[in-house]
Design a protein around this ligand. Structure first.
Ligand code: MN
Length: 744
């Protein structure tokens, strides 16, 4: 029998299940039995913290009941999730006691656990298993989310090296996954906790400052929402309105991506209006009412109600200018949308039954996972390519485009018309020659923008071009193109094979297949196909081998022959040698390598560098170098979002760099301006810049809607100091609400 202490704990869990699980009648016996079973099974085990082990599965079940309340089976499975891993009981025992479904979920969760133990060695495998587990029963991954979250909450007791590994893995895999499923509460807590262990100092600093400003912030929010409350109440709406600080990790990312200190981040909080209504049109009416009180920034308006995000998220987003001239982010949604925003698919369970069968979006996601894994098996994908394509799908934002008939296509950000064409149909992709966006012809490499209508122009004489591989970002286009070029390559290689075999015959040389394979591999061809392909366009490659074989006496082994060929292959090895030396030297040079003195190579001979387009660094920026395989060093700003990710992936290719003294070279720097729209304001600003600073302006763009405008100016500057002083000057210009650095 269980003690009073555990009796109370169990009751607490049951209360939460009863309150939150609404789609099924909760089988309390099942949960009670699972609790007793786990308590008994783990009775001799303790956690690293010294607590009885049962606290862990209990808390995991509690997270499910509170944050992902789906059904009794998932709660029971959570209670039992570590039984097979850590005790003498087997999956069979669980099945006998609790039935097939619970046993499957426990089994799935146990298997994933095993892979993560060897995470680094088996990253690809863990991705695959994680994804496949979802396709068998989605509840496995939900138990895993809860398990990971509780482990993060109790991470203090582990040694620092494991803390960091778990935190990285969470940021890299679990948090983006949780986001995909719309589990924003879980995702947010995972991110904050991981960040805490990866950068404790900064975490503490942001947390402290947030706390310090709380009073001031609350006062500001209260004052801001007062007129909104008044208006909405007068109009008879039932609603809840609140303003809350953003989570620590998102503030950190904002500081990094905007290169700002905490004090310079203006949107530390967002105000949210939740309407108690089933009529989503009321969200738009409320938007209308609020924008009569506060001026909106038109470019910030996003309608995720008409076009929900792929994870089901719906809301109106907008930014308005407060009476004090500050920008305030605002979200407007119904209660149901809010539930889905916080609990994602778990909330879908509440509103729509049979999510796994009925919810099309989820089906598509699962279909995509299966296709990716299948393709990876068929075409020889490298492990990196597989992980890359998974990650791309986890991290990327989406854009929404339409066919001329109004059919919606959801594509990852940075998709091009070629991606769109392949999304319609493989044949359309293969034959595309151009595209019209909103009626205007654009080139195939132009990234598509959300909301565009895209018409693909085709010709039956068109075939895919090599450089398309660089243009596409979608999995489908990549895989279709790879398939096409592989077939093409095989055809071309056939010709090379004929040429080579003719030459062998002419010279009366016999060489068996195995020896030939070893020979071409020694020569750094991937395989015979690769070699034949080379020969078809370069007969000399065939002569080279034949020459060497003929000039050698018969006693020599194939190994020795290929060794000697290798030595004549100057081009390849010298390039490799340069690269290796480059990496070693770059990493060894004490103060980092120096850049920016107008030369394209660094102070290590033979090494080239280039500035990353994503963050456009200029002298004075804190920068870092990433050694690429073929393009030398890419220089990024240290806080560039991409480098934050690259750092996580492969820190061994990061090198320190610093700016050379001379400031002769010019760099392009960008400024974004938000202001009141009045005639001629952008002209005044550009004129002021070129007069006061003698700076060359490369381009200026402006967007106006309603009574505000947003403009970008790209100009040639020497360094950060100069750019900052221009920004400061623009901020003072009459009618400018905000001026800030802009990159990419
Ligand atoms: Mn566990």
């Amino acid at each position: 029998m269980i003690s009073n202490f555990y009796r109370k704990k169990l009751d607490e869990l049951l209360v939460n299940c009863r309150r939150n699980i609404l789609s099924v009648k909760v089988n309390e016996n099942l949960i009670t039995n699972a609790f007793r079973f786990a308590l008994e099974a783990h009775k001799n085990d303790r956690r690293v913290s010294g607590e009885p082990y049962i606290t862990h599965p209990y808390e995991v079940a509690m997270i499910l009941a509170k944050e992902m309340p789906i059904d009794d089976i998932s709660v029971a499975s959570a209670l039992l999730h570590d039984v097979v891993e850590d005790t003498k009981f087997t999956v069979k025992d669980i099945r006998a006691e609790f039935g097939y479904e619970v046993a499957e979920i426990v089994d799935g969760a146990t298997q994933i656990e095993g892979i993560f133990e060897n995470y680094e060695a088996k990253a690809v495998e863990s991705f695959k298993k994680l994804m496949l587990s979802m396709t068998s029963d989605l509840r496995i991954i939900l138990v895993k989310f809860a398990d990971r979250l509780h482990n993060l909450r109790t991470l203090d007791f582990l040694p620092p090296s494991r803390q960091i590994r778990i935190a990285q893995e969470t940021l890299e895999i679990f948090a983006p996954f949780a986001h995909r499923f719309g589990l924003s509460n879980i995702k947010t807590e995972m991110e904050d906790l991981s960040f805490k262990y990866l950068n404790k100092q900064l975490y503490d600093e942001i947390a402290r400052k947030l706390k310090e400003r709380k009073k001031e912030r609350d006062k500001y929010i209260k004052k801001f929402i007062e007129p909104i409350e008044k208006a909405l109440t007068e109009e008879g709406y039932k609603y809840e309105i609140n303003g809350r600080a953003k989570h620590i990790y998102s503030i950190y990312r904002k500081m990094m991506s905007r290169n700002k200190s905490f004090d310079e981040i203006y949107d530390l909080f967002a105000v949210r209006v939740i309407l108690d209504t089933d009529n989503k049109n009321e969200c738009f009416s409320v938007y209308g009412i609020i924008t009569q009180i506060f001026m909106p920034v038109p470019e910030r308006f996003k309608d995720y109600i008409s076009l929900p995000k792929q994870n089901g998220y719906q809301s109106i987003h907008t930014t308005v200018v407060s009476k004090e001239g500050k920008l305030v982010e605002l979200q407007i949604r119904t209660r149901e949308m809010h539930d889905i925003a916080e609990k994602g698919i778990a909330a879908h369970w509440k509103y729509k039954e049979n999510i796994i069968i009925g919810e099309r979006k989820l089906d598509e996601w699962i279909k995509w996972i299966r296709e990716t894994i299948d393709n990876a098996g068929k075409e020889d994908y490298s492990s990196e390519q597989l992980i890359e394509s998974f990650k791309m799908n986890l991290y990327q934002d989406e854009i929404y485009c339409f066919t001329p008939k109004g059919e919606l296509k959801i594509l990852p950000k940075h998709s091009t018309p070629v991606d769109f064409a392949f999304a319609i149909h493989t044949e359309v992709g293969m034959r595309c020659i151009g595209a019209k966006v909103n009626g205007k012809i654009i080139s195939l490499d132009t990234p598509l923008k959300s909301g565009s209508q895209v018409e693909i122009l085709t010709s039956k004489n068109q075939t895919p071009k090599r450089d398309w591989e660089k243009l596409v970002v979608t999995q489908k286009a990549k895989s279709d193109l790879r398939k096409y070029f592989n077939t093409e390559k095989r055809k071309i290689a056939e010709k090379g094979k004929e040429i080579f075999e003719k030459k062998l015959k002419k010279n009366k040389i016999h060489i068996n297949g195995d020896d030939l394979t070893r020979l071409v591999q020694k020569l750094k061809y991937k395989d015979i196909l690769d070699f034949h392909y080379e020969v078809s366009s370069n007969e000399y490659r065939a002569d080279e081998i034949i020459d060497v074989i003929q000039n050698r006496s018969k006693q020599e082994t194939v190994e020795e022959i290929s060794e000697s060929i290798n030595q004549t292959d100057h081009e390849l090895t010298s390039q490799e040698r340069t690269y290796n030396k480059f990496v070693t030297d770059a990493r060894a040079s004490a103060g980092g390598i120096s850049i920016g003195d107008g030369q394209s190579s660094v102070n290590i001979p033979g090494l080239k560098y280039d500035f990353a387009k994503c963050c456009n660094p200029i002298p004075g920026d804190d920068v870092i170098g990433y050694i690429t395989k073929t393009e030398g060093i890419k220089i990024h700003r240290r806080n560039c979002n991409n480098i934050v990710n690259l750092y996580l992936m492969d820190s061994s290719r990061i090198v320190d760099v610093n700016w050379a003294e001379s400031g002769l070279t010019e760099f392009s720097g960008g400024i974004r301006i938000i202001g009141e729209d009045r005639p001629g304001i952008l002209n005044e600003i550009t004129e002021m810049i070129s007069k006061t600073y003698k700076i060359n302006i490369i381009s200026a763009n402006v967007y106006t809607k309603g009574s505000t405008f947003e403009g970008t100016i790209i100009m040639n500057v020497h360094d950060l100091k100069e750019l900052n002083s221009v920004i400061e000057r623009i901020s003072l210009h009459k009618g400018v609400i905000k001026a800030m650095r802009f990159s990419g």
